[in-house]
Design a protein around this ligand. Structure first.
Ligand SMILES: Nc1nc2c(ncn2[C@@H]2O[C@H](COP(=O)(O)OP(=O)(O)OP(=O)(O)O)[C@@H](O)[C@H]2O)c(=O)[nH]1
Ligand SMILES: [Mg+2]
Length: 126
């Protein structure tokens, strides 16, 4: 079952869903989101995200707005300001980036310890 199908099942009857895509810089967030787009909307050159960018997807039953957040250190403090916007979070981890695995874990721990919010959370390993 695909990632978005899982979200549809979990979110039940909601019609419009906001998804945050988080993870360290260079982990592959924008690349994964690009692959989810219809082929005629995909871009060839992926550049580092500055701040964040917004992408929209539609399935037969749901409209998704994906907040593709920059993973660069200087922008990571933006993430928490968007937590309240999202019903679901995709956290992307680059399995080849062994040196920064501990940093990814710290960021994920910070996210999981954030008070007062319940999300559907899934991790993508790129
Ligand atoms: N080999 C390989 N390269 C990948 C993969 N995913 C992403 N890349 C490459 O890694 C680089 C960074 O990918 P991005 O998608 O920009 O990473 P990001 O997480 O959006 O990074 P920020 O926007 O800086 O937070 C790009 O050059 C991609 O082509 C993967 O699964 N395998
Ligand atoms: Mg990006």
């Amino acid at each position: 079952m695909g990632l978005f199908d899982k979200l549809v099942r979990w979110l039940g009857l909601k019609k419009e869903v906001n998804v945050l895509c988080l993870g360290l810089d260079n982990s592959g967030k924008t690349t994964i989101i690009n692959k989810l787009k219809p082929s005629n909307a995909q871009v060839q050159d992926i550049v580092p995200t500055i701040g964040f960018s917004i992408e929209k997807f539609k399935t037969s039953s749901l409209s998704f707005t994906v907040f593709d957040m920059s993973g660069q250190g200087r922008y990571r403090n933006l993430w928490e300001h968007y937590y309240k916007e999202g019903q679901a979070i995709i956290f992307v981890i680059d399995s080849a980036d062994k040196l920064r695995m501990v940093v990814a874990k710290e960021e994920l721990d910070t996210l999981l310890n954030h008070p007062g919010k319940l999300w559907f959370l899934t991790c993508c390993v790129s």
